[in-house]
Write a protein that binds this ligand. Structure first.
Ligand SMILES: Cc1ncc(COP(=O)(O)O)c(C=O)c1O
Length: 390
């Protein structure tokens, strides 16, 4: 097929028309007052989604670039950093911190479960000099939410900051930065913000700034991916960037945020994702699939589902959906390779139109490729049970 597949991947996601239209415009110049006004409004809207009054920085970066910026700014070589290690993206935190020669104190947890806060408390007792905690809020590799509010309280009780990778979480559910005192939190544009990849977003509170400012001048922290550089630029009110900002992408982000906040409302946006999660989980269960994550800790943005026992690998389903239905899903990594599919309900994937296509295509796979007799439409049970359709 020549046209792009429908995306059910946990980033990038299929975009709504308003955002696509904004991305199709001529590239704005950063000194033009029209764009500066749009930038200021975009920052305010991002802050609304983060529920924060903190400093908010927009970088040209994928999620990993925003994470690296945050970690490299907050910690330095030799720091002991407690890392909640229970999934694919927790491994990314470990890799980045290792590059900056931090000492990793890992709290290991099974992939598919949330971490126990008590295990982190134990580690703090053993290492009262730990420099802070790093955690993935919504582990995209397993579809599990970690208890970031409790972890933040724990870190603060030991006088240290928390770093939160909310790349696939922020915007998808209620993750209040100020209320939970999430000191340095990062996300990116191509997940629950429903935009193309390219804009990294960081919020930094006073506790995080204090830790950043206290780092030695000689720490290896680079220039662009260094929040001290951004702090300096911020004091030049007319142009708070150290280099050329991603003007066109910020215009796209602006369009998406307008749709989310003004048309849908933030609560409505979360409700659509929660609805899509319920529709998907009940539909897949109705045709014999089991979920990896328990309902209580299941991610509102990505659902992880085991292969049925008749299947040798989940890749069979992924390949069939792509070849026959032009639908792209993601699969698991690490110990979950071949075992699980990761199906996103962000962007257009959280609409009735997309969910119906996906669920009927999975049914077709079971009948046509696997000879399993499921009644046509059995997986749409959630759509019939729910009061509201999106
Ligand atoms: C939780 C989480 N962290 C980090 C990343 C890395 O983001 P990127 O691929 O944009 O660098 C992802 C990407 O899916 C993610 O889901």
């Amino acid at each position: 097929m020549t046209y792009p597949p429908k995306l059910f991947t946990p980033g990038p996601v299929d975009l709504f028309d308003e955002t696509r239209a904004a991305l199709g415009q001529q590239v704005p110049h950063m000194s033009h007052q029209g764009w500066i006004d749009l930038y200021v409004e975009t920052v305010q809207m991002v802050k609304q989604v983060f529920q924060t009054e903190n400093d908010l920085i927009l970088l040209t970066a994928p999620g990993s670039g925003a994470i690296e910026t945050g970690l490299a700014s907050l910690f330095q070589a030799g720091d002991k950093v407690i890392v909640v290690r229970n999934g694919m993206f927790a491994e990314r935190l470990v890799q980045i911190l290792t590059c900056y020669r931090c000492q990793i104190l890992a709290v290991e947890g099974p992939w598919g479960e949330a971490i126990h806060v008590e295990a982190v408390a134990d580690l703090y007792r053993q290492h009262p000099d730990a420099a802070g905690v790093a955690v993935v809020a919504n582990e995209t590799g397993t579809g599990v939410c970690n208890p970031v509010e409790e972890l933040a309280q724990l870190a603060h009780s030991h006088g240290s900051p928390i770093f939160v990778d909310a790349v696939s979480g922020m915007g998808g559910y209620d993750l209040p930065v100020d209320r939970w005192e999430l000191d340095l939190l990062v996300t990116s544009s191509n997940k629950a913000f429903e935009m193309a990849p390219g804009v990294g977003m960081l919020s930094v509170n006073e506790r995080a700034w204090a830790a950043i400012d206290a780092k030695s001048e000689t720490a290896n922290r680079g220039w662009y991916y260094n929040l001290s550089t951004w702090k300096q630029a911020r004091s030049k009110a007319a142009f708070p960037f150290p280099s050329t900002p991603p003007t066109a992408y910020i215009a796209g982000l602006h369009a998406s945020l307008k749709r989310i906040l003004e048309v849908e409302t933030l609560a409505g946006h979360w409700a659509r994702y929660a609805w899509a999660q319920r529709v998907l989980r009940s539909g897949l269960r109705a045709i014999g699939f089991q979920m990896l994550a328990a309902d209580a800790i299941a991610s509102p943005t990505v659902t992880t589902v085991y292969r049925r026992p008749e299947m040798a690998s989940i890749d069979e389903l992924r390949d069939y959906l792509l070849d026959v239905h032009n639908i792209l899903i993601a699969t698991g990594g690490g110990p979950l390779t071949g075992q699980i599919a990761r199906i996103s309900h962000m962007g257009k994937a959280s609409t009735q139109e997309y969910l119906t296509c996906l669920l009927l295509a999975v049914e077709d796979f079971l009948r046509s490729a696997r000879g399993i007799d499921v009644p046509v439409g059995a997986s749409l049970i959630g759509l019939h049970e729910e009061e509201r359709w999106y």
